[in-house]
Structures are given as C-alpha cells and as structure tokens.
Ligand binder design. Structure first.
Ligand SMILES: NC(=O)C1=CN([C@@H]2O[C@H](COP(=O)(O)OP(=O)(O)OC[C@H]3O[C@@H](n4cnc5c(N)ncnc54)[C@H](OP(=O)(O)O)[C@@H]3O)[C@@H](O)[C@H]2O)C=CC1
Ligand SMILES: CC(=O)[C@@H](O)[C@H](O)COP(=O)(O)O
Ligand SMILES: [Mn+2]
Length: 394
C-alpha cells in the first residue's frame, strides 16, 4: 500500500526537495494534495507531474488562475482555497502523512489539524512548534499522531537518540545543535548595517527559502531551533547547547551521561532528513551525494559570539519567561525579517525590533488554546510593526 502524502508548502525549498525524493520511489508514495501561496505556474507543473486529488492556493484569485490552467491542460486536480482547505487536506481520511513545509506561524493551524487526525506529521515548519509549544505536543500525544522532525539538526538528534523515549532523560546529559554561523560569521560586526537581502540569503551550505536564510544569518534560526528542540525532545533549556560548525557535516550530536557522544553526519542536503522522515524506521535512497572523507579538509567547531549573534540568546531567555513569550519572539522576528527583505529595515536592526517587542509585550495569562496563541501572535505583530517603523527611521 503506497503512503498517501499531503505536502503543505510544496512549491518551496523543502516542498520541492520532498517531491524530488517522492519521485524516486513511485511504488512507495503517492501525492494526495499539494499547497502553495502564490506560485501558480510551479503548482501547475507539480500537478501535471504528480496528479494530486487537491491543490490549495492561498487566495481566491490564485485558486481561480490555477483552476483555469488545470482545465486548459486537461488535468483533473481539484483546486481549493486556504486557510480552511489547508486543514482539510492535512486531516483528510485518505491521507497517511503530512509534510509541514509552510514557512512561519501560518503553518500552525494545518499542523494541529494533522495532529488531531492522528497523522504521521513530518515537521519542517519550526515556527509552528515554536508558537504551538506545549499545546502542539499535547495535541500530538492526545491523538496518537507520529511527529517526525525534518529540520536537519533535529532529525540528526532524533536519529541518535534511543528508540525508547521513556529512558532518554536518564541517559542524556545534553544535546548539541550545530550551526553554520551563517554568511557573516567572520565579518566585521560594524559593517552589518550595509547588508542586502541578497547577501543575507546567500547561505554557505544550503539553498533555502528567504526567511530561514535571513534567520541563519542572524542566528535567529538557531534560536528558533533551541525552542523547537525543547519541545520535540522535552529537554530543559539548559540541556540544549549550540556550537558553530561552519562545514555543517555534523548535523547535531547527543551527549550521553557516560561521556559518549553520538552524532549524525552527511552532506548538507535536506533530502536526507526528508527521506529519513518519510521512511522511518526504514531507510530509502534520498539522492544526496555520499560524504567522501578523503575530500574533507577539516571539521571545525567554535563558540557562538554573543556580541555578533545577540538574537541566539533570546531563545533561552524566552523559554525561561512567561508562557507565550516564544510566540511573541517568533512573531516579532517574522515581522522584522519581512521588513528587512522588503528593504524597510536594516539587517542590524532585526534584533532591536525583536528585543523591543519582547520588552513591550505584556502576557497577562498563559495562552491555553490555539485562539489564545493566535491572539498573542497578532498583538505581537502589531507591536513589532510599530517597532519596525521606529527603527526604520532611527
Ligand atoms: N529550506 C530548508 O532547507 C529548511 C527549511 N526549514 C523550515 O521549513 C519551512 C519551509 O521552509 P522553506 O521551504 O525554506 O520556505 P520557502 O519560502 O521556500 O517555501 C514556503 C512554502 O510555503 C508557502 N507559503 C508561504 N507563505 C504561506 C502562507 N501564509 N500560507 C500558506 N502557504 C504559504 C510557499 O508558497 P509560494 O511558493 O507560493 O510562496 C511555499 O510553498 C520553514 O518553516 C523553514 O524554517 C527547516 C530546515 C531547513
Ligand atoms: C538545513 C537546516 O536545517 C537549516 O536550519 C540550516 O541548518 C541553517 O543552519 P544555520 O542556522 O546553522 O545556518
Ligand atoms: Mn535547521
């Protein structure tokens, strides 16, 4: 029986890598539904190749445009419109697994819908878990969903941890998330105000979407990954460490209480964690190049300089603060990065917007529901929008 897949965000970097792996295994996987925001032409091409039952677009206009093109090409895929349709294709009774590859908090609703339906949830969309936190993990557990990390560091940790989750806490001292340090790791911090979106999106090892690429450059990606790891592996923040490893051959490590360290290595190619998530506990061909140790110059490791990467430490700070603070941090960062990408804010002020939003946002009570979380997210975005305007003019 083939695994029937919904791919949320199929036209993005993770989405297209997922379809690359799926196309290598036509006897094991079939595409049930795809989703995108605005890329109609790419979605049309994906529908022609994989013939999904449904395709979802973010707006009525893009949905109509896709429907017309599908009809003109004699393709039977039915077009639906987000946001309701995203939850529909994530939870559909004819779906076995959902690849969560939408960028940002926008992916939280469909992720929770997949979890409530007890699906195999392949999570790349780290912001959904950063915002959802305890509610996300409780929903997975309560409905018997299977949550598999796709983020390369968290996939590495998952591959190194013992299968028996009940004994992790006693055997694991800490986990070490590796980080590239981004494209400006060795650059003079005084010159960061001049950085352009194109420079910030030039990641040293991976070709990724624009938002995560900027996050890697500020190391806010690693801050989000610390929060993601806290929830995925139920670890206290102080047991989650970060080490800069520019080559990104070691994708992260687990430090056990007998001083052993287990690590997962490989070429920096997202098709490896994607294949791992699709096939787990089996393994399938990912298409990634094999690591040739004779060609490896050196594997180096260094501390993350708090001066150069002030955003990284906001993760542990937010995890120790009032519940909902990580939702505020994520919302502020999404707004600041979007302003930077649209040239309304300089690169070196992304952190200032995040800091100011955290300082100004009051959290009277813990957000206990999705509605509460979305309300905190919306208020934080309003607060961050004002901070962007202030810092853009300063
Ligand atoms: N890229 C990578 O290597 C890695 C990515 N991740 C995580 O995976 C997620 C996806 O990243 P990536 O693939 O790089 O992102 P991209 O920006 O490349 O793709 C995002 C996808 O989501 C769609 N989308 C964007 N906004 C919305 C919205 N508001 N509602 C519905 N769909 C939307 C896009 O549609 P459209 O194409 O039409 O704009 C696209 O299909 C992120 O959370 C990222 O942090 C984690 C590890 C590595
Ligand atoms: C491929 C992946 O998982 C990204 O999160 C990438 O690792 C970015 O890494 P840095 O944030 O360490 O540059
Ligand atoms: Mn990562």
């Amino acid at each position: 029986m083939k695994q029937r897949l919904t791919i949320l965000g199929s036209t993005g970097s993770i989405g297209t890598s997922t379809l690359d792996v799926v196309a290598r295994h036509p006897d094991s996987y079939e595409v049930f539904a795809l989703s995108a925001a605005t890329q109609v032409e790419l979605m049309l091409a994906q529908c022609a190749q994989f013939q999904p039952r449904f395709a979802v677009m973010a707006s009525a206009a893009h949905a109509r445009e896709l429907a017309d093109k599908l009809q003109a090409n004699g393709l039977a895929t039915e077009v639906l419109q987000a946001p309701d349709a995203l939850e529909q294709i994530a939870a559909h009774e004819d779906v076995d697994a959902v690849m969560a590859a939408i960028v940002g908090a926008a992916g939280l609703g469909p992720c929770l819908a997949a979890a409530r339906a007890g699906k195999r949830l392949l999570l790349a969309n780290k912001e959904a878990l950063v915002v959802g936190g305890a509610l996300f993990m409780d929903t997975v557990k309560r409905h018997g969903a299977t949550l598999l990390p796709i983020d390369s560091e968290h996939s590495a940790i998952f591959q190194c941890l013992p299968e028996d989750r009940t004994t992790w806490a006693q055997r694991v001292d800490s986990i070490l998330l590796t980080a590239s340090g981004g494209p400006f790791r060795a650059r003079d911090p005084a010159s960061l105000s001049q950085i352009t979106p194109e420079q910030a999106c030039a990641h040293p090892n991976f070709s990724m979407g624009r938002k995560i690429s900027v996050d890697s450059a500020t190391m806010m990606n690693k801050a989000l990954e610390v929060i993601e790891a806290r929830w995925l592996f139920d670890l206290a923040p102080e047991r989650i460490k970060v080490v800069i490893h520019p080559q990104q051959i070691v994708h992260s490590m687990v430090q056990f209480n007998d001083a052993s360290i287990l690590a997962q290595l490989g070429t920096p190619d997202m098709r490896v964690p994607i294949a791992c998530g699709l096939a787990w506990p089996e393994r399938i061909e990912s298409g990634a190049a094999r690591l040739d140790f004779s060609q490896l110059a050196a594997l180096t490791f260094e501390d993350a300089d708090a001066r150069r990467f002030p955003g990284l430490h906001l993760s542990w700070q937010a995890l120790r603060a009032a519940e909902g603070t990580t939702t505020v941090l994520n919302a502020a960062n999404e707004m600041a990065v979007d302003a930077f990408l649209h040239r309304r804010l300089s690169f070196d002020r992304i952190h200032a917007v995040n800091l100011e939003t955290l300082e100004k946002m009051q959290l009277p009570q813990a957000p206990g529901s999705l509605e509460d979380l979305l309300a905190v997210d919306a208020r934080a975005r309003d607060c961050a929008r004002a901070a962007v305007q202030r810092w853009a003019l300063a």
